[in-house]
Design a protein around this ligand. Structure first.
Ligand code: C5P
Length: 220
């Protein structure tokens, strides 16, 4: 039987990409599958937590004991998370949120004849940073885990984000490495916590990464 060390704890997990519409048929997004978040959610569920998943568009389904709120855009994810956060004990934000959204063309389909063979320019607006907001609003006793997918300066970026977003734990991975990041079942993490501890983990199944991250947060 799993340890019930998250029994009675309310845990919020974000996962998957967000999808930012441009016209009636096109959107801006990324290839996040939501796997890392699903592993965090399942591990927390097995350890006795009351889990709420806020998910962008993915193919994932969860057992009946996990509540799922489905959203499309970063702003919808922000609203769902800021509503839920005051009632939560822990947050684990794995979602690959689009940092920018295109300024919408409108509700109809953009026709290529409109540009008469020339290119088009799409403008982008900044989306809210959900993790940063939950960090700002974090109360005593609440714990917050963030992720960082990087191609350069992994450790430096992780330290910066841990502080900038007021996190208790951050798990960073080099998405340039094979077997680490989007669309693969494994991850290779550098894990940092508030107390200044830094660990470099071997490449592990995301299920194992999730289990160890809860261990790290709960057992130190
Ligand atoms: O700053 P960066 O986007 O790299 O931070 C990644 C972390 O912040 C992840 O945990 C991600 O889920 C979260 N994030 C967020 N809202 C955003 C951007 C990132 O919650 N708009």
């Amino acid at each position: 039987l799993s340890p019930q060390d998250l029994a009675g704890k309310k845990v919020l997990i974000t996962l998957g990409p967000t999808r930012e519409p441009w016209d009636a048929v096109r959107f801006w997004s990324n290839p996040s599958s939501g796997t890392m978040g699903a592993c965090m959610a399942m591990a927390a569920h097995l350890r006795g937590a009351e889990v709420t998943v806020v998910s962008g568009p993915t193919n994932l389904t969860f057992p009946a004991g996990i509540s799922q709120v489905s959203v499309q855009t970063a702003r919808q994810m922000f609203d769902a998370c800021t509503d839920l956060w005051p009632t939560m004990d822990m947050g684990c934000l794995t979602a690959a949120v689009a940092d920018y959204r295109p300024v919408p063309f409108g509700d109809t389909k953009f026709k290529k004849q409109t540009s008469a063979g020339a290119g088009i320019t799409v403008e982008f607006e900044t989306n809210p940073d959900i993790l940063k907001k939950l960090g700002e609003d974090k109360k005593d006793g609440q714990k917050l885990i963030g992720f960082a997918a990087e191609t350069d300066n992994l450790k430096e970026e992780a330290v910066r984000k841990l502080e900038a977003k007021n996190l208790d734990l951050i798990a960073a991975n080099d998405i340039g490495k094979p077997g680490s990041g989007f669309g693969v079942p494994t991850n290779q993490m550098v894990v940092l916590d508030k107390s200044g501890r830094v660990e470099t983990w071997p490449q592990l199944a995301k299920t194992e990464v999730a289990w160890r991250l809860w261990d790290h947060l709960l057992l130190g």
